[in-house]
Every structure is written in C-alpha cells, then in structure tokens.
Design a protein around this ligand. Structure first.
Ligand SMILES: C[S@@+](CC[C@H](N)C(=O)[O-])C[C@H]1O[C@@H](n2cnc3c(N)ncnc32)[C@H](O)[C@@H]1O
Length: 253
C-alpha cells in the first residue's frame, strides 16, 4: 500500500461534501446483484423460510444502495422494514413509498426506542463499523426480548479482496496509522478477528451461534511459514485464517 496516497485520500474524504459526492460512485455490494440478494434472504430466513419474516419488525444495519432485501421481507409480510446507515445511499422518500424506512444516523446511537425490533440483521457491515462495541450493545438495546440478530461479517482487507495472500495486509499498520489512512473511507475495516468479535458479542450480553465460519487454507499456510505481517503471526492459526462468518445472536439468559 502506498501509505502517503492513502493518508491524502483519507484526509480529503474527511470533508462530508466530498464523502457525499464520492458515495454516488461507490458500489456498496448487493445493488444490482439479484443472486446476492436472494442468498442474503435465504441465509437470514434460515430453516423457517421467508414465513419467518411475517408480522416482524426488522432492522437492517447498513443497507447501502440495496433496499431489495428489506423490500423482499416486506413482501413476505414483515410489519416494518427499516434500514439504518451512516451514509445517504438511498432516497428516504422513494424508499418510504415502497414500504421501507431509511434512517440516517451517526453510527453510534441507533435512533430507535428500546425493544423496537424483532429481528436485526446486517450483511458485510460490521467490519466497517468504527466503534463496534457500543454499536453491538445498541443492537441488543433495540431488540425485543427473545429477538434475534443475524450478521455476515467479512474480515478481509477490503483493499485487497481479490488477492488472497493480502487479506491480512491491513494488520501491518498501527491503529493510529491505519485510521489515518482509512477512517473516512468506505473500505475502512476495524480489523477485529473472530475471537475479538466473540468477546464483543459476549460483552454486549449475546450468545453467539456461528452458522458459517470460512477459513482460508492459504492464510493458514502463510501463518505456518511465518510469511504474514508480525501482528497476524501473533494471532492463533484459526484467527489468522478465518476470513468470513455468519452468526446468530440471541440475548443471554
Ligand atoms: C459493503 S456495504 C454493504 C451494503 C449492503 N449491506 C449489501 O450487502 O449490499 C457497507 C455498508 O455499511 C454502512 N455502514 C458503515 N458503518 C455503519 C454503521 N456504524 N451503521 C450502519 N451502517 C454502517 C456503509 O455506509 C455501507 O452502506
């Protein structure tokens, strides 16, 4: 990575008007990808199928440019479908006409009363959250007793998604330098590993049930060879090789 280039790009993106203008050119994920939308829906519906959305109030964290998952949940009978994002990717009025609410917020305090939602989900979002601990506690706060969270979390360095050997390159940098290079940019990742997420979920009072844990044999091999950044070598082999997971969270009794 060219550190100076990233420092400059991040400094420019610190200005909200620049960030807003740039967001028009982002591709946030599943927009225009029908198969991706159906895959997300199927993962989140789980064994109950889309009937599990009927009558439920659902919150999606970070829908980006993709209202489609929430729209499909409404079509399956959800009583309320709300997306909360830190960036204005969708027009609130247009979404509302289709039965979906879009809320913009500061990324810290969810703008909803306690116990508002039966289900909270996020797809490829938690890794981008700047302050994950308080936000996971917020997810718990807005959930009704007995409610569930589903999250798909991608732990890879988003600047090198296409280069498996570089999926842990982001760990090369001190926190201060990494944040100075990426904090205001959409590809920022918080660099938590699976064991860190485990702790975050437990501290917020959740029990975590992992439906999918994806590991890279290549990263495990590089770990064995000592060919990863020093901070990645300090991780245990499982943490170093895990690059994505799906998790269900329920409140601990
Ligand atoms: C990679 S995109 C994923 C978009 C969508 N979920 C999808 O799968 O197509 C990440 C999204 O997370 C949003 N995001 C980042 N931090 C957030 C936070 N603290 N709360 C809610 N959304 C956040 C970004 O603005 C962006 O829309």
């Amino acid at each position: 990575m060219h550190v100076l280039r990233h420092l400059i790009q991040n400094a420019i993106m610190a200005f909200p008007p620049v960030r807003n203008a740039a967001s028009k050119y982002h591709h946030t994920g599943r927009n225009g990808d029908d198969a991706g939308v159906h895959d997300t829906l199927a993962r989140y519906a789980g064994a109950g199928g889309s009937a599990s959305f009927a009558g439920k109030a659902i919150l999606e964290l970070g829908p980006g440019q993709t209202p489609h998952v929430l729209l499909a949940m409404r079509a399956a009978g959800a009583s309320r479908a709300v997306g909360a994002d830190i960036q204005r990717y969708q027009e609130q009025e247009a979404a509302k006409e289709q039965g979906v609410e879009i809320a913009l917020y500061d990324g810290a305090r969810l703008p909803f009363p306690d116990a508002t939602f039966d289900k909270v989900f996020s797809c490829d979002v938690m890794e981008h959250v700047r302050n994950p601990r308080p936000l996971v506690a917020e997810m718990r706060r807005v959930l009704v007793p007995g409610g569930t969270v589903f999250a798909r979390v991608d732990l890879r360095d988003h600047y090198y998604l296409a280069v498996e050997d570089r999926w842990l390159t982001c760990l090369k940098f001190s926190t201060a330098l990494w944040n100075s290079m990426t904090w205001y940019r959409s590809s920022y990742v918080n660099r938590l590993r699976l064991s860190d997420w485990n702790r975050v979920f437990a501290e917020a009072g959740f029990v975590a049930d992992y439906a999918v844990i994806e590991r890279s044999e290549r990263l495990a091999e590089l770990h064995d060879q000592g060919a990863l950044p020093a901070s990645a070598l300090r991780l245990d082999r499982d943490d170093a090789s895990t690059y994505r997971f799906d998790v269900w969270l329920t409140a601990a009794k």
